[in-house]
Design a protein around this ligand. Structure first.
Ligand code: ADP
Ligand code: MG
Length: 724
C-alpha cells in the first residue's frame, strides 16, 4: 500500500465510523464515589471502635493501630468482591512520573484443594513488589531488589473497572528495605508534615489559640490532545515518543484562535462524558472541561483537594484519559509538545495552604488579623521562590517539558512571582516603609486596617508568569502535562516550610524584644522584601527584555534546559534544605538526580534513534521514489523535445542529500555518546544531539512540502489535527 492509500483508508474509517453509543449521564448523587472505600463505607461495615481508630489515623495522621488492620482488610475485601473484584493491587508512584501496580489474587488454596478468598491486615498494610525494575538511582543494588509498599491510609482504596472485571487498588508508599523513599509519595507526605510544623508555629506566634493541622491543596488543570487512533497507529513517533518527530505545519494552525472558544466536537464530548463518569465513581471531582488553544487540544480540571489525594487522583485522571481514549478510537497525548509550531500542553498546579481552624492562609480574609497572617504567608512564598527558583525549575525539568518552556506559549524557564497590581503595591510600600502614609487607602496598617479584597478577575491574570497569585492561591503554570504533580508540590511545600521556619524565628526574635505584634510583623515583612523582592515581576514574562533584565539586573537564574536545571539538585543549599526539613536524605536526593537525569538522556536517545530510523526507512525511500518518477518522466519527454522545469527535482535531490548527511551525522553522534559522567551526558544531549535532530527534522519537513502527497507515508499534521 502506498503512503497515501493507508492514509486515505484511515480518513475513510474515521469519516465512516459508527458513533459511540451515547448515554444519558448518570445522576451524580447515584454514582459519586461508588467505587471508593471511603469513610462512609467504612463506617457502615466496621465495628464502631475499629472505625473510630481508622478514622483517627486518616484525619489526624496518628499511626495505624495494627490490631484494626485485619478488620479493615476483611471489610475492604468483602466490599471489593461484592463489586466483582478478584484481585487487589498495591498502587505506587515510582520516580518516573508513572503509576505502578502489582496485582495479586484474593485466592488462597487450602490443603484439601479447595479455594477460599483471603485478604489479611498484613497484606493490606504491606506488599513486596519486585522493585528491581524500577529506577532507583543506585539506592538499591539489584541483589537487594526488595522494595516495600506500605498502605497510605490517608488516600482511600478504590475499584478500577475493566470490561470483564475489577481490581481493588490500594494507594501505597514505596520504600527500600532500608527505609529510603523510592517513590514520589513518601517525600510528598513528609513535605506536608514539614510545612505543617512550620506553619503552626507561625500561627501560634500570631496569637491563634486553636490551630488545626495545616495541609496544602492542589487543583491541577490537565491539558491533552486527542488524535484518531487510525492516524496514531501509523506514526511510530507517536507510538514510541508520544510526540511527532517529523511533520510540516499545516496551512492553518491556531492563528484564528477559533478552537479555544469553539464548541466541543460531539465525538469528543461523548468521550469526555465517559471519562467524567468513571472519575465520579472514583470520587474524583471533575469540574471543568473545555477546548484549549490548539486544534484538537482539550483540558480537564477537577475541583481542588488535599495535596496527597489530589496527587493520586491526578495520576488516575491521566490513566483514565488514556484508557477511555482508546475505547473511543482516539490516542490521548499527554506529551508537553506533541506538535511543533502549535501550542503545547501544561498542567497548571493551583496551590494553597490552610487548615480547619484558620481556613485558606493564602486568602486575604476580611479582618486585620487575617490580613497580617495572609501577608506573612504570601511573603513566605515570595522568599521561597526567590531562594529556590532553580529548584522549582528542576522540579519541572523533563526532556518533553523543555520543548514547551520559553517557547512563547508557556512561561519562561526563569522563575518569578506575579502578585497582581494591588498586592504588588502593598508589598512595595512595606519595603519602602511608606506604610502609614498610605493609610487613607485603607491598606497598610495591618494591625488596624484591611487589605482590600483582591480581585480574582480572569482579565487581570498574567498568563506569562510561571508562578502567579490568583486571588487566594498560587498557580504554578510551568508544570508539564505529563508530569506527576507530586514533584512540584514537594518543592512548593518544602520551600514554604523553610520560609515559614525563617519567618517564625524572626518573629519570635522580634517579639522577645517586647516589640508589639504589628511592628514585629512589619519588620519581618520588610526584611523579606528587602532581600527577595527581585523575584516579583508583573510584566510580560515572554518578552526578551524580561529575560535580559531578570538575569542581568535581578540576578535571577535562567536554566533553559533540563541539562542545566537538574544539577541544581546537587547543590549544597538544596541538600541542606531537604535534610533540614526532613523531606529527603542526601542519598534520596542524589538518587532522584540520577533517575531524572537518566530519564532525560534515555528519552533523547530513543528519539534520536527513532528519527534516524524513520528518516532512513520511511522518508528517504519516498524521496527516492518520487525522484525516480520525476526523472523517468523527464527522460520520457526528452525525445518529444519537451523540456520541463527542473528546479523542483533539484530541490528534492539536494534535500535528500542533506537528509542523508544529517542522518549519518546523528547516527555517528549517538555512537560517540560514551561518557559516563551524568552531567556531561545531559549536556551532550542538549547541545549536540538535539540540534542535529532539529536539523534532520527541518530537512524532512521540507521534503514533506516538496514530495507528491500521494506518496507521503506519514499522516500529516492537517489530517491528525483536523480530521475527526
Ligand atoms: P483557570 O481560570 O485558571 O483556567 P480553572 O477553573 O480551569 O481555572 O481551574 C482552577 C483550578 O484551581 C481548579 O482545579 C480549582 O478547583 C482550583 N482552585 C480553586 N481554589 C483553590 C485553592 N484555594 N487552592 C487550590 N486550588 C484551588
Ligand atoms: Mg483552566
Amino acid at each position: 500500500m502506498s503512503g497515501n492509500d493507508s492514509r486515505a483508508q484511515a480518513i475513510n474509517q474515521i469519516t465512516n465510523r459508527e458513533p459511540m453509543p451515547t448515554q444519558a449521564p448518570e445522576r451524580l448523587e447515584d454514582i459519586w464515589a461508588e467505587n471508593v472505600f471511603d469513610l462512609n463505607k467504612m463506617q457502615a461495615s466496621l465495628p464502631k471502635a475499629v472505625f473510630q481508630s481508622i478514622k483517627n489515623t486518616i484525619v489526624t495522621g496518628e499511626p495505624l493501630d495494627a490490631s484494626v488492620a485485619d478488620a479493615v482488610a476483611t471489610a475492604m475485601r468483602d466490599w471489593a468482591m461484592s463489586k466483582g473484584a478478584l484481585y487487589y493491587a498495591h498502587v505506587f508512584y515510582p520516580m518516573t512520573n508513572l503509576t505502578a501496580e502489582k496485582h495479586d489474587g484474593f485466592i488462597s488454596v487450602q490443603s484439601d484443594g479447595k479455594v477460599i478468598s483471603q485478604f489479611s491486615g498484613k497484606v493490606l498494610v504491606q506488599g513486596e513488589p519486585d522493585g528491581s525494575s524500577f529506577p532507583n538511582g543506585g539506592i538499591r543494588d539489584t541483589f537487594e531488589a526488595r522494595g516495600y509498599t506500605g498502605w497510605d491510609v490517608t488516600s482511600p482504596a478504590y475499584i478500577m473497572e475493566t470490561d470483564n472485571g475489577a481490581t481493588l487498588c490500594i494507594p501505597t508508599v514505596f520504600v527500600s528495605w532500608t527505609g529510603e523513599a523510592l517513590d514520589k509519595k513518601v517525600p510528598l507526605l513528609r513535605s506536608i508534615g514539614a510545612m505543617d510544623q512550620a506553619a503552626r508555629k507561625v500561627l501560634t506566634l500570631l496569637g491563634n489559640k486553636d490551630v488545626a493541622p495545616v495541609n496544602s491543596s492542589c487543583g491541577a488543570e490537565q491539558e491533552y490532545f486527542l488524535v484518531d487512533a487510525n492516524f496514531a497507529s501509523q506514526r511510530p513517533d507517536l507510538q514510541l515518543a508520544g510526540r511527532t518527530l517529523f511533520g510540516k505545519a499545516p496551512a492553518k494552525g491556531q492563528e484564528f484562535d477559533d478552537h479555544y472558544f469553539g464548541a466541543i466536537p460531539e465525538r469528543v464530548q461523548v468521550f469526555m462524558q465517559e471519562v467524567e463518569n468513571i472519575l465520579y465513581k472514583l470520587g474524583i471531582p471533575a469540574k471543568t472541561r473545555h477546548n484549549e488553544v490548539a486544534p484538537s487540544q482539550f483540558e480537564i480540571a477537577p475541583f481542588f483537594e488535599a495535596a496527597n489525594v489530589a496527587s493520586d487522583h491526578q495520576q488516575l485522571i491521566m490513566t483514565v484519559l488514556k484508557q477511555t481514549a482508546k475505547k473511543h478510537g482516539f490516542m490521548c497525548l499527554l506529551h508537553e509538545k506533541p506538535f511543533a509550531g502549535i501550542n503545547g500542553s501544561g498542567k497548571h498546579i493551583n496551590w494553597s495552604v490552610g487548615n480547619a481552624t484558620q481556613g485558606n492562609l493564602l486568602d486575604p480574609g476580611d479582618s486585620p488579623h487575617e490580613n497580617a497572617q495572609f501577608l506573612l504567608f504570601c511573603a513566605a512564598v515570595i522568599r521561597g521562590v526567590h531562594k529556590y527558583g532553580p529548584l522549582m525549575r528542576a522540579a519541572i525539568a523533563t526532556a518533553s517539558n523543555d520543548h514547551r518552556l520559553g517557547a512563547n506559549e508557556a512561561p519562561p524557564a526563569i522563575m518569578s512571582v506575579y502578585l497582581g497590581t494591588q498586592l504588588e503595591e502593598i508589598f512595595e510600600q512595606i519595603k519602602t516603609g511608606t506604610v502609614s502614609e498610605s493609610k487613607q487607602k485603607g491598606v497598610l496598617d495591618i494591625g488596624v486596617d484591611v487589605v482590600p479584597q483582591l480581585t480574582q478577575d480572569a482579565g487581570d491574570r498574567n498568563r506569562t508568569s510561571p508562578f502567579a497569585f490568583t486571588g487566594n492561591r498560587f498557580e504554578f503554570r510551568a508544570v508539564g502535562s505529563n508530569q506527576s504533580v507530586s514533584g512540584p508540590l514537594i518543592v512548593l511545600n518544602t520551600m514554604l516550610a523553610d520560609s515559614l521556619d525563617w519567618i517564625g524565628n524572626r518573629l519570635e526574635n522580634e517579639l522577645s524584644k517586647n516589640t508589639d505584634m504589628n511592628t514585629a510583623i512589619i519588620t519581618v515583612l520588610k526584611d523579606v522584601m528587602e532581600q527577595h523582592s527581585a523575584v516579583i515581576f508583573g510584566g510580560n514574562g515572554y518578552s526578551e527584555e524580561w529575560h535580559k533584565m531578570a538575569v542581568e539586573e535581578r540576578g535571577l537564574i535562567n536554566l533553559p534546559t533540563t541539562a542545566d536545571a537538574l544539577p541544581t539538585l546537587k547543590e549544597e543549599a538544596i541538600e541542606d534544605l531537604f535534610k533540614k526539613t526532613g523531606v529527603l536524605t542526601p542519598v534520596e536526593l542524589e538518587s532522584r538526580f540520577e533517575v531524572y537525569a537518566e530519564q532525560y538522556i534515555l528519552s533523547i536517545e530513543v528519539e534520536a534513534k527513532l528519527m534516524v530510523n524513520m528518516a532512513k526507512t520511511m522518508i528517504y525511500p519516498v524521496a527516492m521514489e518520487y525522484l525516480s518518477q520525476l526523472s523517468a518522466t523527464l527522460s520520457n519527454l526528452a525525445p518529444l523535445k519537451i523540456n520541463l522545469d527542473q528546479t523542483l527535482i533539484e530541490t528534492i535531490a539536494n534535500l535528500t542529500n542533506s537528509l542523508v548527511a544529517t542522518m549519518t551525522r546523528l547516527s555517528e553522534a549517538l555512537e560517540q555518546h560514551k561518557t559516563t559522567n551524568t552531567e556531561e551526558k545531559m549536556q551532550y544531549c542538549a547541545t549536540t544531539l538535539l540540534p542535529i535532530m532539529n536539523q534532520l527534522r527541518e530537512q524532512a519537513d521540507a521534503l514533506e512540502g516538496a514530495v507528491a502527497d500521494h506518496l507521503w507515508p506519514l499522516p500529516t499534521y492537517q489530517e491528525m489535527l483536523f480530521v475527526k
